[in-house]
Design a protein around this ligand. Structure first.
Ligand SMILES: *[C@@H]1O[C@H](CO)[C@@H](O)[C@H](O)[C@H]1NC(C)=O
Ligand SMILES: *[C@@H]1O[C@H](CO)[C@@H](O)[C@H](O)[C@H]1NC(C)=O
Ligand SMILES: *[C@@H]1O[C@H](CO)[C@@H](O)[C@H](O)[C@H]1NC(C)=O
Ligand SMILES: *[C@@H]1O[C@H](CO)[C@@H](O)[C@H](O)[C@H]1NC(C)=O
Ligand SMILES: *[C@@H]1O[C@H](CO)[C@@H](O)[C@H](O)[C@H]1NC(C)=O
Ligand SMILES: *[C@@H]1O[C@H](CO)[C@@H](O)[C@H](O)[C@H]1NC(C)=O
Ligand SMILES: *[C@@H]1O[C@H](CO)[C@@H](O)[C@H](O)[C@H]1NC(C)=O
Length: 328
């Protein structure tokens, strides 16, 4: 029992690899062509990656041999390379796809993908066209799928719909309306059923399941806070606010020792660039354990995710044209 607990606590949150052992503090893994926006990052069972979804609708994989990204998968069956490759045109996103949250179910070599426009998908290790699993829940279509986290014990997928009213391209309107129609959803791996766990969220964004599967943390972007939703125990199916930030939280990832890393773009008191992209380490109760500002490497660009791999951190962003690799 103690041994199992130790393994859970010490295990690396995802099957990642350390790319650069002894180099400068920060490296950029440049995206192909003119694409931007590696929003979320994951690794496969063989330690290959990082994989990430980009603005032209593709999911790409970093190839260590060529030190560049190669095509892996896509979500839209209508996607044309001529029209989509390298694009960052918002109008093309419903056609080309826009993969955001993603994570491998390691045991089954299956990548789950939350596409902002097209719904929930899965794809195997061979990549190619992904299979749509759902595009609505309780009769309400997904409008803006965003974060995603896989329970590595069961394959169940926790994911968020930012809003039931606004699309990804209408985020300014969602801010102006102080929208609170976001949802936390669950895809049951066994029954293939999608259920709604939480409604009326203020910009449902990042989500991460705890390593013991007892709860999920979910970020509410428009309210600068993180909520804990209990899956098991006496508080099962209830939620509470556990952390409030001085900025808008994006993705949440499991980190070693049962903690989490939240990507937060913190408001600067005065002068300089507007926001300080910051990795904030919290525990499950929402207490801040570490604050790691990254503005030095993100010149006035926001970040969307921080994935820890040993002493290395992979950093996602919806604006940057690279995946950041920071040696902490
Ligand atoms: C880069 O763009 C060219 C066309 O401009 C396309 O043929 C190629 O597939 C693209 N490469 C990637 C990795 O997207
Ligand atoms: C793909 O094409 C089909 C048929 O042309 C169309 O019905 C469907 O809406 C298109 N889907 C997307 C995501 O553009
Ligand atoms: C926006 O919504 C949140 C959550 O419902 C609420 O706490 C906050 O007061 C609202 N802000 C404004 C300006 O109405
Ligand atoms: C699927 O979920 C719905 C509620 O959303 C429930 O009524 C139904 O029984 C579930 N089906 C299965 C096979 O679990
Ligand atoms: C959230 O943080 C931003 C700074 O990034 C600030 O402008 C905004 O007022 C905050 N919103 C709330 C609801 O606290
Ligand atoms: C940072 O970006 C904001 C808008 O995105 C812009 O108003 C500001 O001038 C930029 N600051 C610097 C130093 O580039
Ligand atoms: C940061 O951005 C500013 C304004 O966009 C630019 O002038 C400057 O060269 C950039 N610095 C770096 C290190 O990229």
């Amino acid at each position: 029992m103690l041994l199992i607990l130790l393994i859970i606590l010490l295990s690396v949150p995802s099957n990642c690899i350390v790319l650069f052992q002894q180099t400068s503090t920060f490296r950029r893994l440049n995206l192909p062509n003119t694409s931007v926006g590696p929003e979320s990052i994951t690794f496969d069972s063989l330690g290959r990656g990082p994989y990430t979804g980009i603005s032209d609708g593709k999911i790409v994989r970093y190839d260590r041999r060529t030190a560049g990204f190669v095509d892996f998968a896509f979500t839209s069956r209508n996607r044309s390379k001529a029209l989509c490759d390298g694009t960052n045109n918002p109008a093309l996103r419903p056609i080309c796809g826009r993969p955001l949250g993603m994570e491998f179910f390691i045991r089954k070599n299956m990548l789950f993908i939350a596409d902002a426009f097209l719904g929930l998908f899965k794809v195997g290790l061979n990549g190619g066209l992904a299979t749509q699993l759902a595009n609505a829940a309780e009769g309400i279509p997904f409008r803006f799928l965003n974060g995603l986290s896989v329970d590595q014990h069961t394959g169940d997928v926790y994911f968020t719909d930012f809003s039931s009213r606004f699309l990804q391209t209408q985020i300014q309107q969602a801010v102006a309306a102080n929208d609170s129609t976001g949802r936390l959803l669950k895809y049951d791996y066994r029954t293939k059923n999608v259920t709604v766990l939480l409604r009326r969220l203020s910009g449902a964004n990042g989500v991460a399941i705890s390593s013991d599967s007892s709860y999920v943390l979910v970020a509410e972007f428009l309210a600068n806070r993180t909520r804990r939703f209990w899956l098991h125990g006496t508080k099962a199916f209830t939620s509470e606010i556990v952390a409030t930030f001085r900025g808008m939280p994006d993705n949440i990832r499991r980190a070693p020792f049962g903690n989490f890393l939240v990507a937060v773009n913190v408001e600067r008191p005065a002068g300089g660039p507007r926001l300080i992209p910051t990795a904030i380490r919290i525990n499950g109760a929402g207490q801040t354990l570490q604050t790691l500002p990254l503005d030095r490497y993100y010149n006035n660009t926001t970040i969307s995710e921080v994935l820890q791999c040993g002493k290395q951190y992979y950093i996602g962003s919806v604006e940057a044209n690279f995946v950041g690799v920071f040696n902490g």
